[in-house]
Design a protein around this ligand. Structure first.
Ligand SMILES: *[C@@H]1O[C@H](CO)[C@@H](O)[C@H](O)[C@H]1NC(C)=O
Ligand SMILES: *[C@@H]1O[C@H](CO)[C@@H](O)[C@H](O)[C@H]1NC(C)=O
Length: 324
């Protein structure tokens, strides 16, 4: 019935109406503003533990820095496990307002992480096509995975930039991008000058590979590039042309939230502002989604508040880590 109404606007209004009437039993209070969802929930896909020092604590994890990053943007967080059924993931998808794919070190085609991310990715494509706004953000390996999903093949090559903070070499497109266009001009001029982006990767997409791949070119705009420790010119920030999908090869979540002095974590005032503004940006994208949990109890039991992070700052780069 909804599709007969046709336009995006109608779908949007119908969704709001149903939400307000409790059609899907939305947990959001009736006082919520009509045009924006001010009680967003972002899903973070749990990552597979590969690091030996973390193995005693669990099979999957989320560094607390990612959780705090999303929370600092004004959203709550739901951890998503990798062991559920497709039906479970479809239900979770209808309950959350955005998805964060975090860093890690697993196979981008055959791992459980890649498989579950693929399920959400396809659901997000379909939803956005139907006018149901749903943002995805990929950080580091999460961004690499977004390129594999868009290109339908793994195009990564060695672009090492490990434990190094770099200025972002912004492209012209960055200045009119959704991601950066509302940044204060003072910060925009600092981005290409100051080392505000922490890099912890060995692989990436080179600028040449990106530009020669029709699917990637069609799907994403390059907003920044960088030079790797082997001289490779790699893509460091991307934004979907048609879809609200975003990728950063670097780690905005570390600037305010990771402190191990063995690592090049940028902590300057500009570095922290960069992190805050990107978190706010992503959560604002999530505010355009009106997905919600069936009832308040279901929402409460899914939220990250049910879990306790472990102090891991004395033996890993992660200050605190959630294990599942
Ligand atoms: C910045 O990007 C331009 C082209 O996009 C490239 O020619 C230049 O080498 C890059 N410089 C750095 C420092 O990354
Ligand atoms: C890290 O700190 C915790 C809590 O203080 C302690 O129990 C643990 O043994 C420490 N681990 C290492 C490897 O130092």
């Amino acid at each position: 019935m909804a599709s007969n109404l046709g336009s995006h606007l109608h779908l949007h209004l119908l969704g709001l109406l149903l939400a307000r009437l409790g059609g899907r039993g939305c947990a959001a209070p009736i006082t919520a503003r009509l045009d924006t969802n001010d009680r967003p929930v972002v899903g973070i896909l749990t990552q597979i533990v590969v690091d030996d020092v973390l193995k005693p604590f669990g099979k999957t994890y989320i560094p607390a820095s990612y959780v705090k990053y999303v929370e600092a943007g004004g959203s709550r967080v739901v951890p998503i496990r990798l062991t559920l059924t497709t039906t479970d993931y479809e239900k979770i998808f209808k309950s959350i307002n955005g998805l964060l794919l975090i860093g890690g070190a697993v196979d981008l085609e055959t791992s459980e992480f890649a498989r579950v991310a693929g399920i959400f990715y396809r659901l997000a494509l379909e939803a956005n096509d139907a006018g149901d706004y749903f943002p995805i953000w990929g950080t580091c390996m999460g961004m690499q995975l977004l390129t594999v999903l868009a290109a339908n093949e793994n195009l990564l090559t060695k672009t090492p930039a490990h434990n190094i903070a770099l200025p972002l070499n912004l492209t012209k497109a960055a200045y009119s991008s959704r991601m950066f266009k509302d940044f204060p001009s003072q910060l925009m001029s600092a981005l290409p000058r100051e080392p505000l982006s922490g890099n912890f990767h060995h692989y990436g997409i080179t600028v040449t590979t990106f530009m020669e791949n029709e699917k990637l070119e069609h799907f994403y705009k390059i907003l920044s590039t960088n030079i790797a420790q082997n001289g490779a010119h790699f893509v460091s920030t991307i934004e979907g042309k048609r879809y609200p999908f975003y990728g950063v090869q670097w780690h905005p979540e570390i600037n305010p939230f990771q402190w191990n002095s063995k690592f090049q974590f940028p902590h300057s005032s500009n570095a922290v502002q960069l992190s805050s503004l990107l978190a706010e940006f992503f959560v604002n994208e999530g505010r355009r989604s009106f997905h919600c949990f069936a009832d308040p109890e279901e929402e409460a039991s899914a939220l990250i508040y049910n879990y306790m992070p472990v102090f891991t700052g004395n033996f890993s780069g992660y200050q605190q880590t959630y294990f599942f």
